[in-house]
Design a protein around this ligand. Structure first.
Ligand code: B3K
Ligand code: ZN
Length: 877
């Protein structure tokens, strides 16, 4: 664990390395406690490096065995070595070879960075700076090298030996050992290095690229789980086709392997030719995975595969440019999923994720630009801002330039920068070059933190048939950026006539083109002329810009748009905004029933019954904003209990008003066909599960959910029924027995038990904490496994508003204790957990103080890791 030193890395301090490492040859002799790594580096001084410049290599907790320069073993006078650095001075002027031997203990590596053991399988994670836990190296993305890797291991325990690139040789050694050699011809940075060795099951397939390269595809999983990798394989082949069709990008090696491991800090990793995955994002079948799991697997398989071009062929110059690969690759996986599924439904899901994860980040103490300018721990910048807002920025470029010009820009990017370690400036430049536009104001989306706010007021002049929109932008201050510059905000707008169709919108001064207003000034007034009727204004269509919006629209207009807007994303936004405003209102002043309650219940009833809308859309529309969504919109002095009560009351009112029709539809949606994981079938199940919740709320009895639980033929139905039972009827025998049944039924499947942990971690109310505490002592729980920790402890803190935010602070205390406990083994996971405190200043004063005390307690722990210290310091600042 790296203990915090307070060191800050700054973008403006970037300079190229003094040396280049042209080729890297690694030999691994694997052993759980005494693995040996021999690294042979072909090093060259860069042209403008001084002759006496030492070679300073990064390390992290390394044990050095020996160093040799051009065949001569160096003595301690020739170099200085510490666990975190190796410096060699007095180097030849020309190219030289350095051989470094290190010893590792993969078994003791609980941080899951570098080389570690997961369930007996050797695997690696190097991004961002894990390679330096394997050997001393210039561990930075702009040092790119050609790798050859030889792995030696006992055949019995590690029959499978994998690394990046293509396999070149393998054979037997003495004493039951064997070896394999892999060679990756493509230059790559050290963070993309990977190795896997173990006893794994495999499924294989093949893909021929459009230029005729035959690629062997392999997915490796724990033995016995092979059948559950079939969906991932199918998703991989679809991703490979899609990248050829949509971006013209082909795969470039003879093999592509994916390995699923059970101990993994995040979702997956795009190592060249050898993607390593959290098994949660590979393994699926109808009995064990929900529709959401299938969709995630499809998206993440695609994401990692797409990195082969956006990330690997063109990588980042330095870690400040992280969004260059992440934001762009998220955009690409979003587009892929939109093409595989329903575009509107996918877009709404993206908007929900952005608002629930990125907006709170951008509006709190952890706010940072999409391209940050400083960091203490880079692993803390794999954030919703870099990924999700980063993707929105790419989407806006496409919106502004149009799809064709955008594609030409992407083509130019690949042509110009293939093999480069590039920057955001390089990326923007290709779009300026193909479009002839100046994107300097637009570039602020990369450089300026905070969610821009746009307020719009509309005035209609009946006599002149003219609509005037008065639009203003502002960007709220964020940490260390108090003054903001004006942004270029592409705002898609539509004018909806009384019959629901779009009116032709012509602005008098040409400031409205192709459905877009380019908001660039603080205030802009746009006039639409020639209207024969007063339109309802559909705002931020398709969520064209990631902004918060305030508009003085009447409830009638909003309800009208919620039913008739031709843009389904804006239609959903109109409805969701109404529901959210209602919840804000009623959390402050509780009402049992009002005129508005009735109108909302009625519109939801109409949407549920509208079979011109696809079921997946109806399911989204019928789901009221979450408690956290409402809290975010309120923004200050938050009382989670009041929000919970308001939301419960709204659901009850909607359920009561639509009781018969919802139950009837619930019955009609029952699936009698055999299971399909496709988007249509998943949409029907999603709608049916939302209706189950309403129907159970109306009946106030658990029978319906218990019935669905027992008859379920797939995990989506079963888990949803269990959630309704546990959340609505926690103490009823039917709920208790269903939870017990689920536990026994899936006792041997940790990934499914994670759902069981999650469902229980989100049961609202004061009893939540003791329930979660008890579950941390359950035999299937393990504080060392990131998936278990996230399902139980992470879910409790991020998704149980009343349980975590108990008014007595016991939730915060428990959570802080767990963070401290996890940090000792795995600082990265602990730091990620701690971000659940990020909105503590928005709470009412009592809870705020209790949260602050716990954050201060964490910060006072001696010898804190950089990961956790950085997050907590910024959260408290
Ligand atoms: N690039 C990895 C994330 C690495 C996280 C390092 N802390 C997965 C991805 O975004 O595709
Ligand atoms: Zn990624």
């Amino acid at each position: 664990m790296t203990i915090d030193t307070g060191k800050v890395y700054r973008l403006e301090d970037y300079r190229t390395s003094d040396y280049a490492i042209r080729a890297t040859h690694l030999v691994f002799r694997l052993d759980p406690r005494h693995a040996r790594v021999t690294a042979t580096l072909s090093v060259e001084r860069r042209e403008d490096t001084a002759f006496d410049a030492p070679l300073v290599l990064d390390g992290d907790g390394l044990k050095l065995l020996s160093v040799a320069l051009d065949g001569t073993r160096l003595t301690a006078q020739d170099y200085s070595a510490a666990p975190d650095q190796l410096t060699v001075a007095r180097l030849p002027k020309g190219p030289f070879t350095l051989v470094i031997e290190t010893e590792l203990a993969p078994e003791a590596n609980s941080a899951l960075m570098g080389l570690y053991l997961s369930n007996g399988v050797y695997c690696t994670q190097c991004e961002a700076e894990g390679f330096r836990r394997i050997t001393y190296f210039l561990d930075r993305p702009d040092v790119m090298s050609v790798y050859t890797v030889r792995i030696e291991a006992p055949k019995a325990t590690a029959p499978i030996l994998l690394s990046n690139g293509n396999p070149v040789e393998s054979g037997d050694l003495e004493d039951g050992w064997h070896y394999a050699v892999w060679h990756d011809p493509h230059l790559k940075p050290s963070y993309l290095f990977a190795l896997v060795a173990g006893d794994l099951g495999k499924i294989t397939d093949g893909f021929t690229t459009r230029s005729g390269r035959a690629v062997e595809l392999g997915i490796y999983v724990e033995k016995g789980k092979e059948a559950r990798a079939a969906y991932a394989m199918d998703a991989l082949k679809r991703s490979m086709h899609w990248d050829e069709d949509v971006f013209g990008l082909e795969y470039d090696l003879d093999v592509f392997n994916i390995v699923a491991v059970s101990d993994f800090n995040m979702g997956a990793m795009e190592n060249k030719g050898l993607n390593i995955f959290n098994d949660k994002y590979v393994l699926a079948d109808e009995e064990t995975a929900t529709d959401a799991d299938f969709a995630n697997i499809e998206a993440i398989i695609a994401h990692e595969y797409f990195h082969n071009w956006t990330g690997n062929r063109i990588t980042c110059r330095d870690w400040f440019q992280l969004c260059l690969k992440e934001g762009l690759t998220v955009f690409r996986d979003h587009e892929f999923s939109a093409d595989m599924r329903s575009r509107a439904v996918k877009r709404i899901a993206e908007v929900r994720t952005l608002k629930s994860l990125q907006f709170p980040e951008d509006q709190g103490p952890l706010a940072h630009p999409v391209r940050p300018r400083r960091y203490r721990e880079i692993n803390n910048f794999y954030t919703a801002t870099v990924y999700e807002k980063g993707s929105e920025v790419v989407r806006m470029i496409r919106t502004i330039l149009g799809a064709d010009t955008f594609r030409r820009g992407m083509d130019l990017y690949f042509e110009r920068h293939d093999g480069d370690a590039a920057t955001i400036e390089d990326f923007l430049k290709v779009f300026e070059d193909v479009s002839g536009r100046d994107l300097s104001q637009f570039a602020l989306w990369y450089h300026q933190a905070g969610t821009p706010h746009v307020s719009i007021s509309a005035a209609y002049d009946e006599a002149r048939g003219e609509l005037t929109l008065d639009i203003e932008q502002s960007v709220p201050p964020t940490p260390s950026e108090s003054r903001k510059r004006l942004m270029h905000i592409p705002l898609a707008i539509g004018l909806v006539g009384q019959d629901g169709s779009d009116l032709e919108a012509v602005s008098a001064d040409g400031s409205f083109v192709d459905g877009l207003i380019h908001l660039k000034k603080r205030r802009q007034v746009v006039r639409f002329a020639g209207l024969s009727q007063r339109p309802a204004v559909s705002l931020n269509r398709g969520f064209s810009a990631p902004v918060t919006l305030a508009s003085e629209q009447s409830v009638d207009d909003r309800l009208f748009l919620a039913r008739h807007d031709s843009d389904l994303v804006a239609r959903w936004q109109a409805l969701n905004g109404l529901l959210c405003d209602y919840l804000i209102e009623t959390s402050k002043t509780p009402v049992r029933q009002s005129n508005m309650t009735g109108r909302l219940a009625e519109v939801l009833g109409a949407i549920a019954a509208d079979d011109t809308l696809e079921p997946a859309y109806r399911a989204l529309a019928l789901t009221p904003p979450s408690e956290a969504d409402v809290a975010r919109e309120i923004g200050s002095n938050i009382d989670p209990d009041a929000i919970h009560d308001a939301r419960d009351a709204l659901i009850d009112a909607i359920a009561a008003a639509n009781r018969q029709s919802f139950e009837a539809l619930y019955g009609e949606l029952e699936d009698t066909d055999s299971f399909s994981s496709d988007a249509q079938s998943a949409g029907r199940r999603a709608l049916r599960n939302v209706l189950l919740d309403y129907a159970s709320a109306a009946r106030r009895t658990p029978e319906l959910a218990a019935g669905q639980y027992c008859q379920a033929t797939n995990m989506t139905e079963r888990a949803a029924a269990l959630a309704v039972l546990a959340h609505r009827f926690a103490s009823e025998p039917l709920s208790v027995s269903a939870l017990a049944d689920f536990e026994t039924r899936h006792a041997d499947n940790p990934l499914v038990l994670d759902k069981w942990f999650q469902i229980q971690a989100t049961i609202p109310g004061d009893a939540a904490l003791s329930r979660v505490e008890k579950l941390t002592r359950h035999g299937a729980f393990s504080i060392g496994n990131p998936n278990r920790v996230r399902s139980l402890i992470g879910t409790f803190a991020s998704s149980n508003q009343t349980g975590f935010h108990r008014a007595d602070g016991a939730g915060y205390r428990f959570f802080a204790d767990r963070i401290i406990e996890v940090e000792k083994r795995n600082p990265q996971v602990a730091a990620r957990l701690a971000t659940a405190f990020r909105s503590w200043r928005s709470l009412e004063p009592g809870r705020q103080e209790l949260a602050r005390v716990e954050l201060a307690r964490i910060v006072a722990v001696p010898g804190l890791s950089t990961d956790l210290k950085d997050i907590v310091d910024r959260t408290l600042a």
